[in-house]
Write a protein that binds this ligand. Structure first.
Ligand SMILES: [Zn+2]
Length: 68
């Protein structure tokens, strides 16, 4: 099953904008920003970056389009 942004429907597997990547003892943490402006925290699990937290969207125009 594919995960996507609950606000605008952008697929999680294609990070819209990568903000930064931090190496940690357990792997890497990645910060990405979605098309709707929602900031996401991703943790690398093997080859996959799993979204563990999402911020609120800032581009409400995109969110409203997705909801329409
Ligand atoms: Zn989004």
């Amino acid at each position: 099953m594919k995960m996507c942004c609950p606000f605008c429907g952008w697929p999680d597997e294609q990070p819209y904008t990568t903000v930064s990547v931090h190496q940690t003892n357990s792997g890497a943490t990645m910060w990405t920003r979605c098309m709707c402006g929602s900031l996401q925290t991703r943790v690398m699990q093997g080859a996959q970056a799993v979204v563990t937290a999402r911020g609120k969207p800032t581009n409400l125009e995109v969110v409203n389009q997705a909801a329409a």
